[in-house]
Design a protein around this ligand. Structure first.
Ligand code: C5P
Length: 232
């Protein structure tokens, strides 16, 4: 499993996405396509970005009954993405069904990772609104273990949670971590952030970086800086 930088392509149209990707003439970055772009442009955007030679993390966070998730994952696997995800809150049964649906006839499948608790969910809201009477860290570690038991490859989490997930689930259980900022950069609306260098130290396998690259005056240079700090 290679460490890599994934660029969050949080654009609202294919046009804006390609205008951005066209800047990369020497490298083909791994890109994340989220709900906004997918719902705006549909599967065509995935196929086009794939055709251009990029690896794709399709971030649609599925959460439904096992049968529906299984069938939807089987449709997504035909898009030939490299990584996709779901909510661990859907239970181990749902996650197992997802793995089944995602697995192609030849036994291969995209990497499948789980969202444990969204980083926008505070411990207080989790306890008061969702009636989960555990600490948020215990919940994250439990959900990560559920994902592992279901046969998933890893979880999406804050880089600051990656260490405890690795400690509990093992080194080879992947952590994909957003919330990355350069030491001298803008934090924006992210609260718990870390630098690419620090994420590497903590043991993240992939970092997901959006605005520090997409909103930079020189996105290619910003991407290269991430790769240099995190991968090299
Ligand atoms: O622009 P920025 O670097 O903050 O983008 C981070 C990306 O990672 C966004 O696409 C955001 O939705 C996603 N993400 C996140 N925190 C999570 C899960 C996903 O920031 N817990």
């Amino acid at each position: 499993m290679g460490k890599d930088v994934i660029i969050a392509c949080d654009f609202s149209s294919a046009e804006a996405t390609f205008e951005f990707l066209d800047k990369f003439t020497e490298e083909k970055p791994f890109v994340k396509i989220g709900m906004e772009l997918y719902y705006a442009e549909g599967p065509a955007i995935v196929k086009e970005i794939k055709k251009r030679g990029h690896k794709i993390f399709l971030d649609l966070k599925l959460h439904d009954i096992p049968n529906t998730v299984k069938k939807s994952m089987s449709v997504l696997s035909r898009l030939d993405v490299d990584m996709t995800n779901l909510h661990a809150a859907g239970t181990i049964d749902m996650m197992k069904a997802a793995v089944e649906g995602l697995t192609r006839e030849d036994g291969t499948r995209p990497l499948l990772i789980a969202v444990t608790q969204l980083t926008s969910t505070s411990e207080e809201r989790m306890q008061n609104e969702l009636l989960i009477n555990a600490s948020i860290n215990d919940t994250i570690v439990k959900y990560a273990n559920n994902a592992k038991e279901a046969g998933l490859d890893g979880v999406v989490c804050s880089p600051l949670e990656a260490g405890m997930v690795k400690d509990s689930c093992g080194k080879s259980f992947m952590t994909v971590t957003p919330g990355v900022r350069f030491a001298d950069g803008d934090v924006g609306d992210q609260v718990r952030v870390t630098t690419p260098e620090k994420a590497k130290e903590i043991g993240s396998d992939y970092i997901v970086v959006g605005r520090p690259i997409t909103a930079s005056d020189d996105p290619v240079a910003a991407y290269r800086r991430c790769v240099k700090e995190f991968v090299d």
